[in-house]
Design a protein around this ligand. Structure first.
Ligand code: CTP
Length: 210
């Protein structure tokens, strides 16, 4: 199978030295990429800025902003069997980029934000798609309700949810627990494990769903 995976945060520049971003180490997305490669699959990994080495044998595409990630995803859909959108894409970006550093002496700036494009929803809305579309939901409460809302709103085939409020799970942590929510109202759980072990289970689960 051929996987397209997004990972890491995006950065939305305010001026040459400042940006808006999300908390994301990229570990989960990179672990999924590695697990898919280890299982003999092909991988295109589209990654925001992270401090992780590229998995060997992955086709790496490095991006910075949400717009760049959107364009890279849409330019690389040919022949994809499974798309896993794991990136913590910034939901907002500054309406304008200040080409020169904003100086403190000018006072506290008011920065107008505009929404970024939703990459996952844009894939869900495609008229013809031959790939399985998996989205992620990082939630602090009402896991099932929020995940199911995402599944429907973004027209995914599966939403993989994790509870980021649980101590020692999610975000920069090495461990995670995942619940797969499916459109037929069923769900499957991959219990707490290292991101590496979970990633192997996740790849198997997605291949079974495809
Ligand atoms: N996502 C995306 N493009 C965006 C924002 C999000 O592809 N511009 C994807 C993420 O990679 C993830 C899923 O959408 O797979 C869930 O993202 P999230 O930001 O949690 O969804 P929202 O609908 O923005 O919900 P919330 O109100 O919880 O922020």
């Amino acid at each position: 199978m051929k996987f397209l995976i997004t990972a890491g945060p995006t950065r939305e520049p305010i001026d040459p030295v400042r940006y808006i971003s999300n908390r994301s180490s990229g570990k989960m997305g990179y672990a999924i990429a590695q697990a898919a490669l280890d299982a003999g699959h092909e991988v295109i990994l589209i990654s925001g800025p992270v401090a992780l080495p590229a998995p060997e044998r992955a086709q790496m595409i490095r991006v910075t902003t949400a717009d760049e990630m959107y364009d890279a995803v849409h330019a690389n859909l040919a022949g994809i069997d499974i798309a896993v959108l794991c990136a913590a894409v910034a939901d907002f970006k500054p309406a304008a980029f200040a080409p020169r550093k904003i100086k403190k002496r000018e006072g506290v700036p008011v920065i107008e934000l505009v929404p970024t494009r939703d990459i996952l929803a844009s894939l869900g809305a495609l008229e013809t798609k031959n790939f399985l579309l998996a989205g992620f939901a990082a939630e602090t409460d009402d896991l099932e309700k929020n995940a199911r809302e995402k599944l429907e709103k973004k027209q995914c085939d599966v939403v993989i949810a994790n509870d980021v409020s649980a101590p020692g799970l999610g975000f920069e942590s090495n461990e995670n627990e995942l619940t797969f929510f499916l459109p037929d109202q069923s769900s499957r759980v991959l219990p707490r494990a290292t991101k590496r072990d979970l990633a192997a289970g996740l790849v198997k689960m997605l291949c079974a769903l495809k």
